[in-house]
Design a protein around this ligand. Structure first.
Ligand SMILES: [Fe+2]
Length: 415
């Protein structure tokens, strides 16, 4: 039962008694007046208007009684509705519903307060709500009462930490609505412990899944590198540079994670290419080159069955596409190529040219950057090339240093 109901019941009893007394008084007055009129009749029996006076007096009394009855019935119906509403509010067992005044003091609250916070409702009456909760920093209500947002009107959802009577804390969601009169507010306090726990569990599962995916991808990368040791580390170095470019371009951490995974396995399709072709010194024949050109498609076919949270297989498929349509396997142009693939394409070229190969010496980073600058806006995306140049010239990017930093971060994160 609402804590204010006890007061209402008392008031109701007083009103009933008052009504009965008033009706009894009117009835008594009526009978006395009838008696008086009877007596007065003998004095005014010759007075022509006496029957009219008698009629009017009777009519007034009867009208008053009728009005009293109607008022009583209306009041009774209002009381019944009020009681119905109170029962409805009390039936809300999962949330605390309370009314606070303009100073943030509790005016009334339902029985759930005892179940959720351990306080009997009577104990919180006329108490400040900051005994019960404090708004979380950064939530919509910065003041501990959550009243700042209430005064702005409308409903507001605030995240807060609740303090129970036994001292333990619970996460709360508070929905507040301003009352149209008196400057107070209605507060709905919802214990979201279960939701918070479920979210934490979901985050945990996501992290585990992420780790599993990374391990799967690492194994795939290792498989390529074992078979083609000359390009050992190429994919990891491409991943490091691609993520640095993505960061420079302002891509979210989540997108960078997808790009990193795709870069680490971008050449996985080379598992199908004979090792002697991969490491062949000198010019390749058309047949050999066509075999190598099939690796993005083969990589896509291998990865498309894995349910990554990012389009990893598509990123791998498009990493040799060029914005002028001169790339392969689909000859895609411009923005039809995924941004991640455009980044990966630039990082792939820079890393390949900067590194040593068994069939040629390293061209060096300077020449690699010259190559991408030369074909900026032609083969390679302008923004990606600019970001790559900034990464090297302004951030001082170095492959080995970046790999060391990444490795240390992995160790610290337990990867
Ligand atoms: Fe490739």
């Amino acid at each position: 039962m609402l804590e204010t109901s006890a007061v209402s019941v008392k008031n109701r009893e007083i009103y009933h008694l008052g009504f009965i007394l008033i009706v009894a008084f009117l009835m008594a007055l009526f009978s006395v007046s009838i008696h008086l009129l009877d007596n007065l009749y003998w004095f005014f029996k010759d007075y022509a208007y006496f029957p009219l006076i008698e009629f009017l007096v009777n009519a007034i009394f009867l009208t008053l009684c009728g009005m009293m009855w109607l008022t009583y019935r209306r009041w009774q119906r209002a009381e019944e509705k009020k009681a119905e509403l109170e029962n409805m509010v009390d039936s809300i067992s999962s949330e605390v519903l309370m009314v606070v005044d303009h100073q943030g003091c509790v005016v009334s609250c339902n029985a759930s307060l005892k179940r959720i916070f351990g306080y009997p409702p009577a104990e919180m009456l006329r108490q400040k709500t900051d005994r019960l909760f404090r708004a979380l920093p950064g939530s919509s209500a910065d003041d501990p009462q959550g009243l700042q947002s209430i005064t702005k009107g409308g409903f507001t959802v605030t995240m807060a930490t609740g303090r129970c009577k036994d001292g333990h804390e619970i996460p709360l969601e508070i929905i507040t609505g301003k009352l149209t009169t008196g400057g107070g507010a209605v507060l709905l306090l919802r214990d979201i412990s279960e939701r918070v726990a479920a979210e934490a569990q979901l985050r945990n599962s996501y992290q585990k899944l992420q780790k599993l995916l990374e391990e799967t991808v690492n194994i795939l990368a290792m498989a390529v590198e074992i078979r083609d040791p000359y390009t050992a580390g190429h994919q990891r170095r491409v991943a490091t540079l691609a993520c640095a470019i993505a960061d420079e371009l302002g891509l979210s951490i989540k997108r960078q994670d997808g790009l990193r995974l795709a870069s680490i396995v971008h050449d996985v399709g080379k598992l199908y290419v004979p090792a002697e072709i991969l490491s062949k010194p000198g010019t390749l024949t058309d047949t050999e080159f066509n075999l190598i050109k099939a690796h993005p498609q083969l990589g896509f076919d291998l990865l498309k069955e894995i349910d990554f949270p990012w389009p990893v297989a598509e990123m791998v498929l498009q990493h040799h596409e060029r914005i002028d349509g001169s790339g392969y396997p689909q000859g895609l142009r411009g923005k039809d190529i995924l941004l991640e693939s455009r980044i990966m394409g630039v990082a792939d070229v820079v890393e390949a040219m900067a590194s040593h190969r068994p069939y040629r010496a390293a061209h060096g980073t300077g020449m690699a950057l010259e190559e991408i600058s030369k074909h900026r806006g032609e083969r390679y995306d302008e923004e990606v090339v600019d970001a790559c140049l900034r990464v090297f010239y302004e951030r001082g990017f170095e492959f080995e240093k970046a790999l060391e930093v990444e490795m240390m971060a992995g160790i610290l994160e337990g990867r």
